[in-house]
Design a protein. Structure first.
Length: 128
């Protein structure tokens, strides 16, 4: 007995499939045990980590604003990132998240000093 052809779900289209943004901005932990990356979650790019030994992703941020440019500190205990033209630092133990470069002027492209005590970033502030 022939079966009737199935019709595709009206909610799933080729356009919907290709519109899904893949994870990006991968940064490997200084000791090569974790990777940090950004991926879409809840309508905005968020910061995640994933153990290179296996397991499930851990979402580190939950913001209405997209997150970008994650950068591990040299000791791997903190991660800097950009959200809404501001530079933030997140303690990996979850104890706090701190705005390093807030508006006005904001910041982007954070980079740690080799000793991990300073954070350089680009800003639109005048006089600095």
């Amino acid at each position: 007995m022939p079966t009737a052809p199935t019709t595709p779900s009206p909610n799933l289209t080729i356009e919907a499939i290709v519109a899904v943004e893949a994870p990006r901005e991968f940064r490997v932990h200084p000791r090569d045990r974790i990777v940090a990356y950004t991926a879409d979650a809840g309508g905005a790019r968020q910061l995640f980590t994933l153990s290179l030994r296996g397991g499930y992703p851990v979402q580190l941020t939950a913001s209405e604003k997209p997150v970008s440019d994650p950068q591990w500190s040299p000791d791997g205990r903190r991660i800097a990132f950009v959200r809404d033209d501001e530079v933030w630092v997140l303690e990996m133990d979850g104890s706090r998240v701190t705005a390093v470069a807030a508006k006005p002027g904001g910041g982007r492209a954070p980079r740690w000093s080799p000793d991990g005590h300073r954070l350089a970033f680009l800003s639109r502030r005048r006089g600095w």
